[in-house]
Design a protein around this ligand. Structure first.
Ligand code: 3HC
Length: 326
């Protein structure tokens, strides 16, 4: 069947798309859209979905090593949420005509990206707290504006995801509060984890605005609502008072309030490290993709069984609707 794009690709379609973007209306799957818009969404949403799925790994390691039943239940719920976020996002990207199996293949063979942040190891239980506080905190800063993204299915998925991310951030912060009021060894673990995750968290927002090839067009299309640097600054401004309340130092000697700008100034980010991690040379890239490939291969029988069941159900439904000959 031809898609709505193939049926209606004249100037009128472009005009009504432009008008919808201008009026901050949502674009829905059956609406005509420029091919570049569709491709940009597929790229961003697929990368986002992959990040949620790979993001289960650093903390997943700690589920069987949690210090108490309560901590284990919290962590289990959180990691399960990440799987759910991946599923919402794969569903959203399917509305653009992408094939989920193909996207998974591209993740596993390294032709599609996932967030740099998940290529760092979680070395102690304090990392679970710091990931919640900083990584989920950065995710919230980046993703709340995406609830107003111009593409309907993406924006709606983001609303649910952001509600759950808030719980993730809070559980991390609460764990850190507990550890900071514990022993010196616990406080040292928190300091060590904060030192390791701070700079990679700032890198999550993507390259600086001058080096972000996609931002300008994505903002014109209303896919992104803020630039990478704007969101990074918002994150730093949010974290400094949170670090003070915790009693933790952030590892940046250049971090200070700038009254003229009304923001915190911060030190230079090591963009070469970012480039290396995105290129596949981070501390855990190989392990993350190896684990994902293994899980995918081991899950083949579940997908086969689900497809066989669906085929049988569809067959039964078509017999029921055609009914006996009259
Ligand atoms: N890690 C890996 N690649 C990154 C990256 C990062 N942190 N930041 C940017 N990049 C890539 C981009 O994907 C792009 O690559 P491509 O053109 O080959 O696809 C390239 O670097 C240039 O960056 P741009 O700024 O031009 O790219 P975007 O306009 O797409 O902006 C983004 C990057 C801000 C990450 C944007 O895609 C976005 O907002 N995505 C949605 C949110 C998301 O994917 N978050 C990932 C983390 S998920 C998460 O945190 C889950 C949670 O549970 C913790």
């Amino acid at each position: 069947m031809p898609t709505s794009n193939e049926i209606d690709c004249g100037f009128e379609a472009q005009d009504s798309f432009d008008a919808a973007i201008e009026d901050h209306k949502r674009i829905e799957p059956r609406d005509w859209m420029p091919e570049g818009y569709r491709k940009t969404l597929v790229r961003q949403i697929a990368q986002h979905a992959h990040s949620e799925i790979i993001g289960m790994q650093p903390e997943g390691y700690w589920i069987t090593r949690a210090p108490s039943l309560r901590r284990k239940a919290i962590l289990l719920a959180k990691v399960q949420d990440e799987a759910g976020h991946g599923m919402y996002l794969y569903s959203a990207v399917e509305t653009l005509g992408a094939d989920r199996a193909e996207l998974t293949r591209k993740l596993i063979d390294g032709t599609q990206k996932y967030s740099s942040i998940f290529n760092y190891p979680a070395l102690s239980y304090a990392d679970v707290g710091v990931i919640g506080w900083l990584v989920d905190g950065a995710a919230i800063c980046n993703q709340v504006p995406l609830c107003r993204s111009s593409y309907g299915p993406y924006a709606r998925a983001m609303i649910r995801i952001c509600k759950e991310e808030s719980f993730h951030q809070r559980q991390g912060y609460e764990l850190l509060m507990t550890m900071m009021s514990g022993t010196q060894a616990q406080r040292d673990m928190v300091a060590d984890a904060t030192n390791r995750w701070w700079w990679p968290s700032l890198m999550m927002f993507g390259p600086p605005d001058g080096e972000s090839p996609n931002s300008a067009q994505s903002m014109r299309w209303g896919i992104k609502r803020h630039t990478n640097d704007e969101l990074r600054q918002r994150f730093v401004d949010m974290c400094v008072p949170q670090a003070e309340a915790l009693g933790v130092s952030l590892p940046d000697p250049d971090l200070r309030w700038n009254p003229e700008r009304g923001h915190y100034d911060f030190g230079a980010i090591d963009w070469e490290e970012f480039r290396q991690v995105v290129a596949g040379n981070g501390p855990c890239n190989l392990e993350r993709l190896r684990n994902r490939k293994k899980a995918h291969e081991e899950g083949a029988w579940v997908r086969d069984a689900a497809m066989a069941y669906e085929k049988k159900r569809a067959g039964a439904a078509s017999v029921a609707t055609s009914g006996p000959p009259r």
